[in-house]
Design a protein around this ligand. Structure first.
Ligand SMILES: Cc1cc2nc3c(=O)[nH]c(=O)nc-3n(C[C@H](O)[C@H](O)[C@H](O)COP(=O)(O)OP(=O)(O)OC[C@H]3O[C@@H](n4cnc5c(N)ncnc54)[C@H](O)[C@@H]3O)c2cc1C
Length: 432
C-alpha cells in the first residue's frame, strides 16, 4: 500500500507551515551509482540524521538514503513538543519492568531532551522554548495528574514539574475545557523541520554522503550488507533502518511491531501579541489528557499550531482543516472566526505498548522506530544510541532492545482492522 500522495511523489515537502517558513536546503543528489560506506542509514528523519551525525563525529564514512527529502516524514511535520519521560508513564514502566529499569528509562529520556537542547543550541533559526502544560480535560483526572507529579518529584527527584490548580490552568490557557494540570519547565517546544534541517547541515559539515529521492527497495544482509535503491546501491558494514511510520514492507519483523497511523495539524492566521497571550501565556506548549491528544502552541509569527485528530487507514481525510478545526473550537470557541492558513498530516509509528522498538536484525543491521508520538527527543536519542552501538558502546541500544515489543495481532498484514476498532473505541472514551 502506498502512503504517498501525488505531491509527495514529486519529492516535495507537504504544504505545511513549517515547509513554507524554513530555509530549505538545496536538493541532495539521487544515488545513481554503486558506493561503499562503513554505515548506510535508511531514512532521513531525526533518527537517521542523528545516527549519521554521531557516527560522522567519530570519523565513520556514512551514507544516508532518504526516499523523499530530508525531514520529509514525521520529523518535519510534528507538533514540536520536546518532552522527557517515555510514551508509557513511569508507573506503567515500574509495573512492567521493575524500578531499576524504569529509572534507567527515565534517565535515557532526560538525556534525550538534553541532547535536543545541545544540538539545537547553535542553530540560529530554532531552539527549544521552555515549558509544556499538561491539562486534564475531565475533573476526575486532576488528582491522578497531580499524584503523578508528586511521584516524579519524590521518586525521580524531578523538580522541574509542578501542579496547576483549575484557576492557574485557566489563567495560563484561556479555555473552559480544562480543570487543572501540570507545568513541566524541563520540557519545551521547537520548530521540527528547522531542527531536522539543522541536523542535516551538521551532517554536511562532517562529510556525510546524503542522498534524497533514493528509496531503498531491497536490503540483503551479509558482510558487507547490500542496500539497493531504484538507481544505485551501497555496500556497508552496518545498516541502520530509521524509517519509522514510512517503513512499508522493507522489513517484515519491524513492520509487525511498528504500525503507521496518521495525525494532523492546522496553523491559524498570525495573531497579535495580545491575542496570543489571551490564549496561552508565556509561550508554553500544551498537550491534554485525551486519548487522541490535542496539542498546541504558538509559532514565532504568532500562529496557533493546533494538532489533534488521527486516522488509522492509509488515507488522509479530504478536508484536514475541517477535521482539526473541530477539536480546536472545543478548546477555544473564541477562534470561530479565525482563518486557517495551513493544514497538513504526517505518519508516525506506534507500537503495541507505546514503547519504542529497537532491534538488531542480524548482527550488523539495527532498527530504531515506533516512538509512538513521543519521538522528537527520543528519535534523536535513538539515533545516538544506534551510533553508539556501532561505535562499540551498545549498552543503551541493547537495553532499549530488551524492552518487550510485542507483535500487533495479525502481524503487518492483518493488524489494521483490529487496531482501527481498538483506537476508535478509545477515542470514543474521550467523550465520556
Ligand atoms: C502530526 C505529528 C505530530 C507529532 N507531534 C509530536 C510531538 O509534538 N512531540 C513528539 O515527541 N513527537 C511527535 N510526533 C512523532 C515524531 O514526529 C516522530 O516520533 C519522529 O519524528 C520520528 O522520527 P524518525 O526519524 O524515526 O521518522 P521520520 O521522521 O518519519 O523519518 C523516516 C524517514 O524514512 C524515510 N524512508 C522510509 N522508507 C524509506 C526507504 N525505503 N528508503 C529511504 N527512505 C525511507 C521516509 O521518507 C522518512 O523521511 C508527531 C508525529 C506526527 C506525524
Amino acid at each position: 500500500m502506498d502512503l504517498l500522495t501525488a505531491n509527495d511523489k514529486q519529492g516535495k515537502y507537504p504544504p505545511s507551515y513549517y515547509a513554507e517558513h524554513a530555509t530549505q536546503l538545496e536538493k541532495f543528489p539521487c544515488l545513481k551509482n554503486e558506493i561503499q560506506a562503513d554505515v548506510c542509514i535508511v531514512g532521513g528523519g531525526f533518527t537517521g540524521l542523528s545516527t549519521a551525525l554521531h557516527l560522522a563525529q567519530s570519523g565513520y564514512k556514512v551514507a544516508l538514503l532518504e526516499a523523499q527529502r530530508l525531514g520529509f516524514g514525521a520529523s518535519g511535520r510534528n507538533g514540536g513538543q520536546v518532552s522527557g519521560g517515555q510514551r508509557m508513564d513511569q508507573e506503567g514502566l515500574e509495573a512492567m519492568l521493575g524500578n531499576e529499569h524504569a529509572k534507567a528509562l527515565w534517565g535515557i529520556s532526560q538525556q534525550s531532551v538534553d541532547l535536543v537542547r545541545n544540538l539545537s543550541a547553535d542553530m540560529d533559526d530554532c531552539g527549544v522554548v521552555d515549558g509544556i502544560i499538561h491539562t486534564a480535560h475531565r475533573k476526575r483526572y486532576v488528582n491522578e495528574e497531580h499524584a503523578y507529579t508528586d511521584h516524579l518529584r519524590n521518586k525521580y527527584g524531578y523538580d522541574k514539574i509542578r501542579n496547576l490548580s483549575c484557576e492557574e490552568t485557566r489563567d495560563l490557557i484561556n479555555s473552559p475545557a480544562y480543570f487543572g494540570g501540570t507545568l513541566d519547565m524541563g520540557a519545551g517546544h521547537i520548530d521540527p523541520l528547522r531542527y531536522a534541517l539543522g541536523l542535516a547541515r551538521k551532517c554536511v559539515d562532517l562529510g556525510v554522503m546524503l542522498y534524497e529521492q533514493s528509496k531503498v527497495i531491497d536490503l540483503k544482509p551479509g558482510d558487507p550488507a547490500k542496500i539497493k535503491t531504484e538507481h544505485g546501491s551501497v555496500s556497508a558494514k552496518f545498516v541502520v533502518l530509521a524509517c519509522n511510520g514510512y517503513l512499508g514492507r522493507l522489513n517484515s519483523r519491524v513492520a509487525a511491531r511498528v504500525m503507521p497511523i496518521n495525525n494532523f495539524i492546522i496553523a491559524t492566521e498570525p495573531m497579535s501579541e495580545e491575542a496570543q497571550e489571551a490564549l496561552i501565556k508565556n509561550n508554553h506548549a500544551v498537550a491534554d489528557s485525551k486519548f487522541v491528544v490535542n496539542y498546541f502552541r504558538f509559532s514565532p509569527d504568532r500562529r496557533l499550531l493546533f494538532g489533534g485528530s488521527e486516522s488509522y487507514g492509509y488515507k488522509f481525510p479530504n478536508d484536514i482543516a475541517a477535521a482539526v478545526r473541530k477539536p480546536m473550537l472545543e478548546i477555544y470557541p473564541q477562534l470561530k472566526n479565525t482563518r486557517i492558513d495551513y493544514a497538513w498530516g504526517g505518519t508516525l509509528g506506534i507500537t503495541m505498548n507505546r514503547m519504542p522498538h529497537f532491534e538488531r536484525i542480524g548482527g550488523n543491521i539495527l532498527s530504531a522506530s515506533g516512538y509512538s508520538g513521543h519521538g522528537v527527543a527520543m528519535a534523536t536519542m535513538g539515533g545516538k544510541m544506534a551510533a553508539d552501538a556501532i561505535r562499540g558502546q551498545a549498552e543503551q541500544f541493547d537495553f532499549m532492545a530488551s524492552v518487550p515489543s510485542p507483535r500487533f495481532p495479525g502481524g503487518a498484514m492483518l493488524r489494521s482492522p483490529l487496531l482501527v476498532l481498538a483506537m476508535l473505541w478509545f477515542s470514543m472514551r474521550d467523550r465520556l
